[in-house]
Design a protein around this ligand. Structure first.
Ligand code: BGC
Length: 757
C-alpha cells in the first residue's frame, strides 16, 4: 500500500486543491507527475449507469447497456439481508469489469411522506430496516474491492426545493429516525465514501456542516473514507473543506479550487484540512487502483436471471381473498393494462439504468393460457371507451382478470415530488370496470411508494410488485402462478389516504424551510400510537402458505443496559407449500418519561420453511434496542423499567409478547432549583429522603380538616388523590409560601447537596 502521507507532502497546494474537486462529471483528477490516476465513479445504486461521453447527473443521456436490478423500494420489502448482499456482489463484479471505483449508492433516506419523488430509491420508513439492508448491500459490493457511496447524508426526504431547503429537525429525531441508516452502515460495513445531501440541516448546508461530517460521522461513528458532495451541492467550498467535505462533485470549473488556495494563503483555512481531504481521497483511489480486476467477467444474461429471482423475493402479496392466487396454469387468464406489456420497473433520474433487455409479464407468460388487453395508454394517461370495452370483454372471457397498474414515470421521479397519493384516474376507472365484469380480479402494482386504492373492496387480490428491475415480468408471472411463493413484506405503511400521514401538515415546508414537526412519529410509529386504521400496515405480507409463531423465549427476565438479551422464537410452516416467513421483533417501552412510539422494529429474519417444518430464530438485543436519544446528555439512554418484546408477521400481527426489565446503569444529571416541582424531586430517592419530613408538614397545612372555613361536603370532595396531585405539581418554593418559611435554610442545603451529587 502506498505511503499516502508522503505522497500528499509532495503535492503543491494547487494540486491538492485540485484533487478536492472532480475532473468532469464522473472522474477524480489525476496528478500525472506523481502517478495519481483519475478514477471513475458512477450511479447506481441498483445497477450501473456508466456514462462515457456527455455526462449528466439526471439520467438524460444514455449510459452503457447494463442490468437493472430491483430498486430499493422493492429490495427492502424482501427483508432479506443475504439476498441484497448477493445483489451487491453482482454489482461489484460489474464495477470491476467496467473499472468503476465507486458505485453511487445505496440511497437510504427515510420515507417520511409517500409524496417524496425519490421514495422508489429509498428503502423504508423504518431506520433499522433501512440500515440493515444498506449495510448488507455495501458489504456485498465492497467484498469485490469496489467502493460505495451511501447517500444522501442527511435528512434529504423531499425533492421539493431540494438544493436550498433546510430540514429543520430536532436532535432526538435526527438521531432516532434520520441518522441510524447511515450510522448502522458506517459501523457494520464501513462504506468507502459518503455522499452529503443538497439540503441544509437546521440552516447549515450538509456540505459545510462540521458537526455532521466530522463530529458525528467520523468522530462518533468512526467513518474512515471520503465524503463527496452530491452533484452541485457545494455552496461555500472553503467552509466545506474545514467541515470535512473532501471531494466536490462534479466540479466548479476551477473556481472553488482557487478559493481553497486563496483561503490557505490568506490564513483563513488551515492547510492541514486540505491535506486531510487529499489523504482520504487518495486512500480510496489507491485502494481501488491496487485491487483492480478488469478481467472480472460481467455475465449480463446471468444477472438478468438473478435480477428476476430477486424481484420475485421482493413482491408483497397485500390481499388474497378466497385464495384466488396462485393462478392455475390451465385456466384462461386475462392480463390487462399496458404495464403487463411494458412494465414500469425503475424510476427516473440519476438512478435510471439503460437495461440491456427487459422481460414483460406478457412475454414471460408465453405458452400459458393468457390473453392481453392494453386497458390504458401510459403516454396519453387515458383509458378510452374502446380500451375499457376491450378490457371488459377480455375479463369476461377469462376465469381471472389480472390488471397491471401503478404509477407512470412522470408521476414519481428524482427532482420533484408527487402532489397526491392517487393512481392515474384512467387506471382506477379500468380496475373498477374490470372488477365489475369479473369478480375474480387481481391487481398487480408497479409503483415506488404507496398509492390510494379506492377499488380495494372490489378486487380479490393485490400483488405489490414495486419497481422490480428489468426482469420483473418473469418474476411476476412466477409469483402469480405459484412457482415462487411470495415472501415480501411492506417496508412502509400504506395509509388509507394521504391526509393520514404524520408529515401531511408540514411536508414540503414553507419557502426554504421544512420543519419535521411530527418528530420521531414517522410511519407506523405514528399510526400505532394513534391506533389508526391503515390500508396495509408496516411489515405486512401474505404467503400461499401459513406460518405460526410460538414459544417466545428470553435469555433473562431482567438485564442491565450494558447486557445483551437473546430472544428466540419458533416459526412453523403450517401450510402445504414451501415458503419464507419474515419474523419481526418489535420493542416497546411500557411506561416512559420521554414520549415514545408504542413499538419499534429491532430485529427481523427471513426464514425458509418446508411444509410442516419448524425453525428457531434468535435475535440479540442490546442497549440500542431499548434506548431513546436523550438530549440532556446527548447520548442514548435507557430508562429503567419494563419493555415489551413482541414477535410476529407484521407490525399489526404480533401474536407473541414477553416483558423484560432493563436497569439503567447511567444516572441522568439533574439540576434542582426552587422552581423544581415535587413530582420530579420525589422521583429521586435522595431528594425524597430529605423532603419527606417537610412534606408531612405541608400535607397537614393542606388538609381540609385543618381549614376552619371548609364544609364537611368539601372535605369529602378533596380526595387523597387530589391532595397528592396538588402537591405533585407544586414547586419547591411552595413550601415557603404555605407556611414553611422556617424550612428555607434546610431546603437550600438540600438543593446544594442534591446538585453536587
Ligand atoms: C443525485 C445523486 C446522484 C448524482 C450523480 C444527483 O442529482 O442526487 O443521487 O448520485 O446526481 O448522478
Amino acid at each position: 500500500m502506498k505511503d499516502i502521507k508522503a505522497l500528499v507532502a509532495q503535492m503543491t497546494l494547487e494540486e491538492k486543491a485540485g484533487l478536492c474537486s472532480g475532473l468532469d462529471f464522473w472522474h477524480t483528477k489525476p496528478v500525472e507527475r506523481l502517478g495519481i490516476p483519475a478514477t471513475m465513479v458512477s450511479d447506481g445504486p441498483h445497477g450501473l449507469r456508466k456514462q462515457d461521453e456527455e455526462g449528466d447527473h439526471l439520467g438524460i443521456n444514455d449510459s452503457i447497456k447494463a442490468v437493472c436490478f430491483p430498486a430499493a423500494c422493492a429490495t427492502a420489502a424482501s427483508f432479506d439481508k443475504e439476498l441484497i448482499g448477493k445483489m451487491g456482489e453482482a454489482i461489484g463484479d460489474s464495477c470491476q469489469h467496467e473499472k468503476l471505483s465507486v458505485v453511487l449508492g445505496p440511497a437510504v433516506n427515510i420515507k417520511r411522506s409517500p409524496l417524496c419523488g425519490r421514495n422508489f430509491e429509498y428503502f423504508s420508513e423504518d431506520p433499522y430496516l433501512a440500515g440493515k439492508m444498506s449495510a448488507a448491500y455495501i458489504n456485498g459490493v465492497q467484498s469485490r474491492n469496489v467502493g460505495t457511496s451511501i447517500k444522501h447524508f442527511a435528512a434529504n426526504n423531499q425533492e421539493h426545493r431540494r438544493m436550498s431547503s433546510s430540514s429543520d429537525v430536532d436532535e432526538r429525531t435526527l438521531r432516532e429516525i434520520y441518522f441510524p441508516a447511515f450510522e448502522i452502515s458506517v459501523k457494520e460495513s464501513q462504506p468507502w465514501t459518503v455522499m452529503c445531501s443538497y439540503n441544509r440541516i437546521n440552516g447549515v448546508y450538509a456540505s459545510e456542516n462540521p458537526w455532521l461530517l466530522t463530529d458525528v460521522l467520523r468522530k462518533e461513528w468512526g467513518f474512515e473514507g471520503y465524503v463527496m458532495s452530491d452533484w452541485g451541492a457545494v455552496s461555500n467550498r472553503v467552509k466545506g473543506v474545514a467541515a470535512g467535505l473532501d471531494l466536490e462533485m462534479p466540479a466548479s470549473g476551477g473556481i472553488n479550487d482557487r478559493k481553497i488556495v486563496e483561503a490557505v494563503k490568506k490564513g483563513e483555512l488551515d492547510e492541514k484540512y486540505v491535506d486531510l481531504c487529499c489523504e482520504r481521497i487518495l486512500n480510496i483511489i489507491f485502494r481501488f487502483q491496487e485491487s483492480m480486476k478488469p478481467e472480472t467477467p460481467w455475465d449480463k444474461e446471468a444477472q438478468h436471471e438473478f435480477s428476476g429471482q430477486i424481484a420475485s423475493e421482493c413482491m408483497v402479496l397485500l390481499k388474497n381473498d378466497s385464495d384466488i392466487l396462485p393462478l392455475n396454469k390451465e385456466d384462461a387468464i386475462a392480463f390487462i393494462g399496458e404495464f403487463a406489456e411494458k412494465p414500469r420497473f425503475q424510476g427516473g433520474g440519476s438512478s435510471h439504468i439503460n437495461s440491456f433487455k427487459t422481460t414483460s409479464a406478457v412475454e414471460a407468460a408465453k405458452g400459458l393460457n393468457v390473453t392481453y388487453a392494453q386497458g390504458y395508454s401510459v403516454a396519453k394517461d387515458e383509458a378510452t371507451d374502446e380500451m375499457i370495452a376491450e378490457a371488459v370483454k377480455a375479463a369476461k372471457a377469462a376465469k381471472v382478470a389480472v390488471v397491471f397498474a401503478g404509477l407512470p414515470d412522470s408521476y414519481e421521479s428524482e427532482g420533484y415530488d408527487r402532489t397526491n397519493m392517487a393512481m392515474p384516474a384512467c387506471q382506477n376507472k379500468l380496475i373498477e370496470a374490470v372488477a365489475e365484469a369479473n369478480p375474480n380480479t387481481v391487481v398487480v402494482l408497479h409503483n415506488g411508494s404507496p398509492v390510494e386504492m379506492p377499488w380495494i373492496g372490489q378486487v380479490k387480490a393485490v400483488l405489490e410488485a414495486y419497481l422490480g428491475g428489468q426482469n420483473v415480468g418473469e418474476a411476476t408471472v412466477k409469483v402469480l402462478y405459484g412457482d415462487v411463493n411470495p415472501s415480501g413484506h411492506l417496508a412502509e405503511t400504506f395509509p388509507c389516504k394521504l391526509q393520514d400521514n404524520p408529515s401531511y401538515l408540514y411536508y414540503g415546508g414553507e419557502g426554504n424551510r421544512t420543519e419535521y414537526r411530527e418528530g420521531v412519529f414517522v410511519g407506523y410509529r405514528y399510526y400505532d400510537k394513534k391506533d389508526m386504521n391503515v390500508l396495509f400496515p408496516f411489515g405486512h405480507g401474505l404467503s400461499y402458505t401459513t406460518f405460526d409463531y410460538s414459544n417466545l423465549r428470553l435469555s433473562a427476565k431482567e438485564i442491565k443496559d450494558t447486557d445483551t438479551l437473546t430472544v428466540t422464537v419458533t416459526v412453523t410452516n403450517t401450510g402445504k407449500r414451501f415458503g419464507k416467513a419474515v419474523a419481526q421483533l418489535y420493542v416497546g417501552d411500557k411506561e416512559s418519561t420521554p414520549i415514545r412510539p408504542v413499538r419499534e422494529l429491532k430485529g427481523f429474519e427471513k426464514v425458509a420453511l418446508n411444509p410442516g417444518e419448524s425453525k428457531d430464530v434468535s435475535f440479540t438485543l442490546d442497549k440500542r434496542s431499548f434506548a431513546y436519544w436523550n438530549e440532556a446528555i446527548h447520548d442514548w439512554h435507557v430508562e429503567t423499567g419494563d419493555f415489551t418484546i413482541e414477535v410476529g408477521a407484521s407490525s399489526r400481527d404480533l401474536p407473541l409478547c414477553e416483558t423484560v426489565k432493563v436497569d439503567s446503569t447511567v444516572a441522568l444529571p439533574h439540576h434542582y432549583t426552587l422552581d423544581s416541582i415535587f413530582m420530579d424531586l420525589l422521583a429521586d430517592p435522595k431528594a425524597q429522603a430529605v423532603l419527606e419530613p417537610l412534606l408531612k408538614k405541608m400535607k397537614e397545612a393542606f388538609a381540609p380538616e385543618n381549614d376552619g372555613n371548609t364544609t364537611e361536603a368539601a372535605k369529602e370532595a378533596v380526595s387523597d388523590d387530589m391532595g397528592a396531585a396538588m402537591i405533585n405539581y407544586m414547586p419547591l418554593r411552595g413550601i415557603l409560601s404555605f407556611g414553611g418559611a422556617d424550612t428555607a435554610p434546610a431546603i437550600e442545603q438540600m438543593l446544594k447537596a442534591l446538585n453536587n451529587q
